[in-house]
Unconditional design. Sequence first.
Lengths: 479, 488
Amino acid sequence: MEFETVIGLEIHVELSTDSKMFCSCSAGFGGEPNTKTCPVCLGHPGSLPVPNRRAVNDTILLALALNCDITGCSIFHRKNYFYPDMPKNFQISQYDIPISSGGTLEIDMGEYTRTVGITRVHLEEDTGKSVHVGESGRIHGAEYSLEDFNRAGIPLAEIVSEPDLRTPDEARKFMQLLHSTIRYLEISDCKMEEGSLRCDANISVAVDGSMGTKVEIKNMNSFRAMHRALTYEEQRQRRTIRDGGEVVQETRHWDDARGTTSPLRSKEEAFDYRYFPEPDLVPLEPDEAWVRELREGLPELPGDRVRRFVSEYGLSREIAETLTGERALADYFEDAAGKGQDPVAVAKWIAGDLGALLNDAAVTIQSCPVGTGGLSELVELIDGGVISGKMAKDVLKEAFETGNSPRLIVEEKGLTQIADESELDTLVDEVIEENPGAADDMRDGKEQALKFLMGQVMKKTRGKANPKAASDIIRKRLT
Amino acid sequence: MDIINLDALAIAESIREGEISAVDATTAFLERIREVEAIVNAYINVSYEEAARRAEMIDAMLAEGRDPGPLAGVPIAVKDLLSTRGFTTTCGSRMLENFVPVYDATVVGRVGEAGMVMLGKANMDEFAMGSSTETSYFGPTRNPWNPDTVPGGSSGGSAAAVSAGEAPWALGSDTGGSIRQPAAMCGIVGMKPTYGLVSRYGLVAFASSLDQVGPMARNVGDCAALLGVIAGHDPMDSTSIPAEKVDYQGRLDGEVRGLKVGVVKEISSRGIDEGVLERFRAAVSKLEGLGMEVGEISLPSFEYALSAYYVIAPAEASSNLARFDGVRYGFRASAEGEDIWEMYDRTRSIGFGSEVKRRIILGTYVLSAGYYDAYYGQARKVRTLIVKEFERAFRTYDVLVSPTTPSVAFRLGEKVDDPLTMYLSDMCTIPVNLAGIPAISLPCGLSEGMPVGFQLMGPALGEATVLNVAYALESELGFDQRPPIGRS
Ligand SMILES: [Zn+2]
């Protein structure tokens, strides 16, 4: 049997607009429960929705970034089902005529690239938040439930991918690229932990080229959880098929603590949403000039930027992907690289040590205490042989902590590497004199002796000797 | 002065001229309400104290030389599905028996800005679903012309209040005839404006694509004036038309010579009572007498209008009424030891009356997977055909006419257990809502001692012409619209 995994994703992104999708309530995160509400987002009798232009704008922007076609006249539909966190017991969403469709996102897996189809990007409203009090923690069997409608009516962009992904790795890569793309557009916080980015997956396993049964996975709250859930589910389905069983069409819940999926509801239990056109809204008709303006204003997106960093700066794909994950980080790199030092070295320091410092201190690149000038200076000090790579690590750390420039730190601490030949000559002579045995070994061509002698030179200089210059002198003397 | 027999504009003028005070006007109507409500039951809640306070405030403003609005001190009845801040809004349902809204409907705000005084909230069929005001949780309203008959519906309370002198005018809402049909049965004037002319913000939705708020009054002049107050773009309603304000009342000149009138064949013959037809035909000849050209027009899709309506309206209603679930406001059945699904079931089973439940079930069914295309999809196609037929008709005719209802007011209880017969009483009015065009009903005489309504329809935003023809016909007919109730 030959298996092929088929994965499609459905992603929800909370747009960070000032106000909600259909009313003027604040869309900001947090706040005392039910303080960011009004008759519209509480579904009071007689209230009516008025679309948020900014949300439409941001959704079009996202759709354009994913190479979608923008629909000239799209329609809102009502999705009907009862749930206590939904004030109207229907959600205003889009159905057969979404705001955009037919896009692509290309992911680079190293050995190959894959172009993933984007079925559609559409606009809808979020629901409120329920806390079910009781042993189960779910609505069934709850003693009572608490409802917070602050999130009810927040604009949500929904992205649906074609079932073009073939491995959990590809799915994770897709989500990472989508995440950075959305961040580049500055339309959402995109935090999976806070729920501003959510992902459901459809996964099936095709056997010998014939289509498998689709299973929907919910409750994957991080990239890691998604990867684990898909890997688990892929194995579960393969095992089921191999054991002669049949995969059931259903929705399954990922339990991150247990590392397993379990059935949530079967196909038979699936809701009939009774979609019909929302009569309280008129069709959405973004004029061409608006769409053109948005298209022309699109920033360079992460996928393109990776390709350019590889070709223009000679970076490896991995390091280019790390640097382009955040727009500000990529901007930082380009600014630093533009100051005349070797871009590969600059990239290495940003992605490596600086990245770790930022991470440990939980500081964003925007408020990094080491400016692009300082970073370039650091690389210049290394390249000029003033300090060693090892010393540079400490200098960077100090620069990060104090905000002082690397050059100043090097000077103040007398850290300058001893590269002066005459000074080193004297030092090497002393070491040879003090260690005649090793010197003899070196003369006999034993390379280990060089290491020992270098160690002695470093010890004498407390690591300040330029290693290359020192070893050159030792070789000159003893061979 | 016999204030309750003055029309609304005359009351406004008397207050402006200082002949009577706002308090005089309000007190007169509140007294009349006390006198006849036991029979008529036109109101669900009367705002005795609030109205008196507001009238005093208006008098105070007038005394200080401030402007309380062009219609200062004129009382008004408001159908109880228009949201009124701080004042119970029940929609005629147990579900909202004690519901007090936190905001005013746009139209309620507009009548307030014009200086009017709300007398109370008028009775109606539950959630506007009905044609007789018998489905109200708060008991039926009786027709002032004969208390054994219904006032029509769903705006039966508004119509009866105006007819019985319990208000000079009123706000109603019309989804399939809910203003025009009770106006016809109670012998008053009622207009359904073009869809989108009047804001629906704060109108508790029955069928969003069909609902429209409109004026109900004793004569065409008042009707035009009240329309002028409530019409106009509202940014809170996405379906509101950004049209310019029109002075409908100022444009009434009765000059209709040469205008073309089309008698709609499909709703002016078959299924109409002979007495109604007689009055209708007499009125049509009056139009001819006014120098209008009368012709007959066939609109074949009308045959399907009722069916399409009873798919579209319940479909939208099933979704609109989903929010009444006992979670956030309104009635909640006791929830001891139940889960939420049981709470939903019990709340909605007890909170809604049988006609509302019938339509929710119907609407849920027609939107269900596998049935959508056969019902809802088809109904929308019929709707498109009706829109096109009207458009074609208005290329030839300036206005179209028909009787408003197939019969005069029927007896209480006569049709309440026979929904299909009840639904037929809206056969003449429903096509207008499906097409979104304006139409007015005005009294054109009596049959068996009960008023007969004459319906005039116009093209979208053709209110001024419709009103002017109605105005001319009204003067020609010289109908005395006072019912016998409360008179010795
Ligand atoms: Zn709100």
